[in-house]
Design a protein. Sequence first.
Length: 255
Amino acid sequence: MSKSVKTVCILGTGNVAWHYERRFKEKGFSCFVLPARNDVSVCLDADLVVIAVKDEAVEAVSKKLKGMKGILVHTSGFLSTDFLAEVSDSYGSLYPLQSLKKGKETDFDKVTLCTYGNNDEVRKLLQSIAKELTSKTYELSDIQRKSLHIAAVFCNNFPNHLFGIAKAILDKEDISFEILFPLIDMTVEKAKHFNPFDVQTGPALSGFDSKTGQIFHGYTELCSRSDDAGHTICKRIKGSRGLQGKDLNLVHHLA
């Protein structure tokens, strides 16, 4: 356990808060969790306060912590940390690069934690804490973390939707989705070791000949659904987080 951080207050009761509480306690920290809508004055003396709520609520919750003595962090992948300076002299982020589900056990040693601190002391402390929680840590600036978050959306949300389309095609012909598992595994492995654009195969690389085009014509609705999903996901990135100014520059080309 970090010598300078012994008590941890987590604000929030969702997915990230649930996993963080369990992991902090496993590693010997004195950790307590409160719903963010409650009186949070008990957190003002904590060594570390973690705001683990939806992006749109983070700033409002942070304003309830004015006068706190410890380090203040949020867990958002997309929000800047600048507004936390209005509340604490020591602030940053502790962002999990993972889809966490409340109530579902996760091997936290395999969860990547990304940290940012507003000064050298905070930076070192947050990295020290992150390394106690997991074996995979990175230090990223606000702008780097935002870009990572967008990349993660493409790596996670888009493939999941495409897998769903593939399963729908197979279900129509009474073929088990399991038949694609080796291909999916190989595709992911290739992406880890090569530029994904360089290992593209089939019609996605060479284009459609007349016969292939006829086959895909039978699945026009599903292909259209894929295009719609792409626009929807990108619009959600741009719109649901209330992005402004320089933040929009990150995603203006997505949709």
